[in-house]
Design a protein around this ligand. Sequence first.
Ligand SMILES: [Zn+2]
Ligand SMILES: [Zn+2]
Length: 276
Amino acid sequence: MALRYLCAGRQEVANIPSKTVSRVPGLVVLGSANAVPDESHENSHLLLKGRQGAVLIDCTGRPLVNLKKAGLGVEQLTDLILTHFHPDHIAGVPNLMMASWLAGRKASLRVYGLHHCLERIEDLMTAFHWDEWTGFFPVAFHHIPEREGMFVLDNEDFQIVASPVRHYVPTIGLRVLVKETGFTFAYSSDTVPCPETVRLAQGAELLIHEASGDEPLGHSSAAQAGEIAQQAGVKRLGLIHYPVWNTGTEHLVSQAKSSFAGDVFLCQDFLDIPLT
Ligand SMILES: [Zn+2]
Ligand SMILES: [Zn+2]
């Protein structure tokens, strides 16, 4: 019988100790495409590697394969943050759960997100009858209030807060402090250009901002991402969630540079970004 928790605040669950994940904290881009991936760009999702555990931000594609490629064992993923309930951000969750279980995972997994997202994830898993998965590892759901600057997690490696951004469904952006180095970065998730992202990224070393294209109700262009980076006063801008299907990407960095004075780069799958 699976042991699961539904809770409104923090909840500690014991994880089986695993060997050190990473000597220094790092951020790996596991996917960089918008909702339409291609052979070399998976849907956008990120992996935060700490010394003692790893945090997956959104979950798509073939999760265990990608985590293994990033150097992570099945037990070493300790936390999963879901930014919103769109297939290109959460469709990998059932596969992550089932494959980890079948691969012998015993350690508990913490899952964070807005109520809108987590209640749908539970419904999705219920549709797969996960309560009948014998010996399934514990999963603890942490519902994040839909307000600015909300605490998500605070562990040995990272402190992470979330703010709602502006997208077609309730969505959060994130700000991460790397405790060891003092490095801070923000991730916009899917959003139109908005002041919430500017506040979330204020003064950070790095902003990873989506660049799907100018969609007034849900997304941002590369130039708009540059404007947000400029307003937030960040040092570097990484463009993510950009179109790759039958289209080139060469123009994106120069578009962002037209509105941002700092350094701009294009996130690529398995780009390893040092957090120092
Ligand atoms: Zn998306
Ligand atoms: Zn979306």
